[in-house]
Write a protein that binds this ligand. Structure first.
Ligand code: PEP
Ligand code: MG
Length: 568
């Protein structure tokens, strides 16, 4: 019997494949007194052997599929599993304290992790992350829990998970992962954003997809309408094959606009740029007719690994993007970690409200070494193209001034050393906290540009977590409160002769686009796959008419009234 699960269409397209359940089990450890310590030691030995062989298989696979870099992480894991000091301490504990292997192993590794973390040597500090990963594997093996390894997938699948962390998503292999569906998340959660940049169909926020789907079941992910169909009949499979073909035809029609400018019927030009997460996304941007990069989310360079990226690694990535875009504008956002994007190896304490916490520019202004490494890499790369730098999560003028000062001082230092740096780098900021929209007239005097981050601006204005489906009814892009804030920002910038972009998901939303055009937005930055449909839509719109529509929208009382006005 086929069943349909409703969710949120997070990345367009249709995939039909077997389900792969991705599970990150909770591990809880109890202390148990052991009578037969020899048997316990054998159990521990067996878990080590099993873990080693698992890691070995992953390492071989990573070597083949992902390259030596990623595979080396697993070499470090193997070293931990054979470390005599660690293993002997566990054996000692089991023997003398007569405790169970899980408890002993967890106690010992916890001590090792904190010892490594407190070391001054960066390399040794980073080993803490390896021990943490390996600990989880050994404990899972002792407890009989299975850990899934997405990097091991070697046939076409649709991933089914409660949630995918951004780093899970970053490691998905496009060759095999044809789609995914999760219980939680919304259109602007980072797994959804990554799915769009990887061009993998995705349906998120289904609430029940993990309870309804077992490993190996045939699944259709309809990322166009937000449906997941489980155990489809042959007829249903055929129906979706036809739907997929029709979508491909539409894409072929849009692709004719790849080299066109984006112009309304009455000749008003806007720029359609793309949001990217890694240099590998550039090909997709150019294939989809992107006129620039409106947002390079650099945090993805920091994810899916165990250590901070070095200046050299970052320099190469920025250079690759700038060169790849051949002088088209590239807006790089400095590290925006926090919220739903975690970096386990930074070991930041858990917070009650991560979206309102120590994140993004707040963290960079405090961890200045890390910030400076990124800024240096950017400044050095600036001579390879048209670089613009923007700071995320600015809340106050003081923060913007401080961030800009740090950047400018670093630039002077590099120039003094004879390192070439472009003298044309625009410095701007994201407007994603309501305080900055309200104060946009003052910010506009100091920035070179604004980029409105509606994903966060909406959640902070409406006090509705962008990840929480239960309050998603309050997450209202068309709410006049949001439109008024956007208008304030655009008007304030234009008064100072500055340009305004938008890099939140709203910029690629077909209902919002006419209003944003009417409000005077200059640059729309979106998932690469949204660019051609947006260009096609804009080429059929008349700016002069939309100016009136936008004014009308600003006077409406509710988001529904605004949506109705546009759909009329
Ligand atoms: C935003 O908040 O709109 C934005 C583009 O940033 P992110 O989605 O990375 O938080
Ligand atoms: Mg944001």
């Amino acid at each position: 019997m086929s069943t349909t699960i409703k969710g949120i269409a997070a990345s367009p397209g249709i995939s039909i494949a077997k389900a792969f359940r991705l599970q990150n089990p909770e591990i809880s450890i109890k202390k148990i007194t052991i009578a037969d310590t020899d048997a316990e030691l054998s159990r521990f030995e067996a878990a080590l052997v099993k873990s080693k062989s698992e890691v070995q298989v992953i390492q071989d696979h990573a070597n083949k599929e992902l390259g030596k870099d990623k595979a080396d992480i697993f070499a470090a894991h193997l070293l931990v599993l054979s470390d005599p000091e660690l293993i002997d301490s566990v054996i000692e504990k089991i023997k003398t304290e007569r405790v169970n292997a899980e408890f002993a192993f967890n106690e010992v590794t916890t001590t090792f992790i904190s010892a490594f973390e407190s070391m001054d040597d960066e390399y040794l500090k980073e080993r803490a992350a390896d021990i943490r990963d390996v600990t989880k594997r050994v404990l899972a093996s002792l407890l009989g829990i299975t850990i899934s390894n997405p990097s091991m997938i070697s046939e076409e699948v649709v991933i089914i998970a409660d949630d995918l962390t951004p780093s899970d998503t970053a490691q998905l292999n496009r060759k095999y992962v044809k789609g995914f569906s999760t219980n939680i998340g919304g259109r602007t959660s980072h797994s959804a954003i990554m799915a769009r940049s990887l061009e993998i169909p995705a349906v998120v926020g289904t609430k029940t997809v993990t309870s309804a789907i077992e490993n190996g079941m045939l699944v259709i992910v309809d990322g166009l309408d937000g449906n997941v169909i489980v155990n489809p009949s042959e007829d249903v499979v055929q129906e979706y094959k036809d739907k997929k073909a029709a979508y491909e035809d539409k894409k072929a029609e849009w692709s004719k606009l790849v080299n066109e400018k984006t112009v309304t019927v009455d000749g008003h030009h806007v720029e359609l740029a793309a949001n990217i997460g890694t240099p590998n996304d550039i090909k997709g941007v150019l294939d989809h007719g992107g006129e620039g990069i409106g947002l390079f989310r650099t945090e993805f360079l920091y994810m899916g690994r165990d250590t901070l990226p070095t200046e050299e690694e970052q320099f190469e990535s920025y250079k690759k993007v700038l060169e790849g875009m051949s002088n088209k504008p590239v807006v790089v956002r400095t590290l925006d970690i926090g919220g739903d994007k975690e970096l386990p190896y930074l070991d930041l304490p858990k917070e009650m409200n991560p979206f309102l916490g120590f994140r993004a520019i707040r963290l960079c202004l405090e961890m200045q070494d890390m910030f400076l490494t990124q800024l240096r890499a950017l400044l050095r790369a600036s001579v390879y193209g048209n670089l613009k730098i923007m700071f995320p999560m600015i809340a106050t003028l003081a923060e913007f001034r401080q961030a800009k000062l740090i950047l400018m001082e670093e630039k002077e230092r590099l120039l003094a050393k004879g390192v070439p740096v472009s003298d044309n780098i625009e410095v701007g900021m994201m407007v994603e906290i309501p305080s900055t929209a309200v104060m946009a007239d003052l910010f506009a005097k100091e920035v070179d540009f604004f980029s409105i981050g509606t994903n966060d601006l909406i959640q902070y204005t409406m006090a509705a977590d962008r990840m929480n489906e239960r309050v998603s009814y309050l997450y209202q892009p068309y709410n006049p409160a949001i439109l008024r804030l956007i208008k304030m920002v655009i008007d304030a910038a234009h008064k100072e002769g500055k340009w305004v972009g938008m890099c939140g998901e709203m910029a690629g939303d077909i209902v919002a686009i006419p209003i944003l055009l009417g409000l005077g937005l200059d640059e729309f930055s979106m998932s690469a796959t949204s660019i051609l449909p947006a260009r096609s839509q804009i080429s059929r719109l008349t700016k002069a008419e939309l100016d009136h529509v936008a004014q009308q929208a600003l006077t409406m009382g509710t988001a529904d009234e605004v949506a109705k006005l546009i759909k009329m």
